[in-house]
Design a protein around this ligand. Structure first.
Ligand code: MTE
Ligand code: MO
Length: 329
């Protein structure tokens, strides 16, 4: 038996469905060496399919754990976020996207984003924190239990949808890396890969890469989600694979897609849209029907699949949970 295949790896308790048929936890006597060899080979094949290079002794336990727990969709819906709303049509949501790295045309994003390569996808978590780390998107997702949450989503362009995200609270990750006391904001950055992102060329004057930010207390709010899936599956590329932010009480552009960097900073970071038009897209950007965009009203919103016209709610309907963050002393 290969040395790195004993003990620690077999001890992985929460094995995926397929792996479970073959692998047994430590306390279970391994049946035969043949079983283990089969398991080992299928593990390698699995990792190869995931595109993880150099499978062998160099692969960390976390990577293997990530791969082994990969069949994680659909995740269990968190009943706290199961309000019984009608979900937006999945196909429509997947073909009506804002993702300027690919196109400003919402219907072009889905086809143009398909050539984006997701492996490898290292994510750097650093800046003002005690335990900075860089890890693969899959490893990151494997650190936490995934859950499904149904959230309302409101774009600044006055359209909205209701979608089931799969992910983990950003708070969990922040606790893991331990922000330093002078960290007051968090900054996130999207992949910067012009060769696979035609929007860079179409919009050369835009301040690429796409950058967003939150106050640390907003980032720590239990509603703030790191999403790895939608509609019970891994995120399709147009929705921000492999991992994106979801902040349901803010305009959609705060929910940055395809994140490669998460940084703790002292000063309020400049964001992509704020850099382009500070009067139109300020840093805070809470959904607020009373504050019109300089070029249109925010009082109503159009539901993207039914065309229904709804009155926009303060904080996109999440006021009970988040208004305290903005209470004036
Ligand atoms: N990197 C990146 N993230 C982004 C955007 C973008 O252009 N690039 N658009 C934002 C806007 S304006 C919206 S409304 C949402 C759209 O998310 P969806 O296409 O998954 O519905 O993504 C946000 N995140
Ligand atoms: Mo948006």
């Amino acid at each position: 038996m290969p040395q790195h295949f004993s003990g620690r790896l077999l001890a992985v308790g929460h094995l995926g469905r397929v792996a479970n048929l073959i692998l047994r936890p430590d306390w279970h006597l391994p049946a035969t060496a043949l079983t283990l060899e089969t398991a080992f080979r299928s593990r390698r094949a699995f990792l190869r399919r995931l595109g993880i290079a150099g499978v062998g002794t160099l692969v960390g336990a976390a990577t293997l754990r990530a791969a082994e727990t990969a069949p994680r969709y659909p995740a269990k819906r968190n009943p706290q976020f199961n309000p019984g709303w009608r979900l937006t049509n999945e196909r429509l949501a997947a073909n009506y996207n804002n993702f300027y790295e690919f196109s400003f045309d919402k219907e072009e994003v889905a086809p143009l984003s398909q050539k984006l390569s997701l492996k490898p996808w290292p994510i750097e978590i650093g800046g003002l924190c005690e335990k900075p780390m860089t890890l693969e998107a899959e490893e990151l997702a494997a650190l936490f239990p995934l859950e499904e949450r149904v959230y309302r989503f409101r774009c600044v362009e006055a359209w909205s949808m209701v979608v089931p995200w799969t992910g983990f609270p950003l708070q969990r990750l922040i606790e893991k890396v331990v922000p330093k006391s002078d960290a007051r904001f968090i900054r996130m950055v999207t992949l910067d890969r012009p060769a696979e992102m035609p929007g860079f060329q179409k919009m050369p004057r835009y301040p690429w890469p796409y950058t967003e930010g939150l106050r640390l207390d907003e980032a720590l709010h239990p509603l703030t989600l790191m999403a790895t899936g939608i509609y019970g599956k891994a995120l399709p590329k147009q929705h921000g694979a492999p991992v994106r932010l979801v902040v349901p009480w803010k305009y959609g552009y705060k929910s940055i897609k395809s994140v490669v960097k998460i940084e703790f900073v002292r000063d309020q970071p400049k964001t992509f849209w704020e850099t382009l038009a500070p009067d139109e897209y300020p840093f805070e950007s809470n959904v607020n029907p009373k504050v019109p965009h300089p070029r249109w009203s925010q009082a109503f919103e159009r539901v993207i699949d039914t065309g229904e016209r709804l009155r926009t709610q303060p904080f996109n309907g999440y006021g009970d949970q988040v208004a305290r963050l903005y209470a004036k002393p």
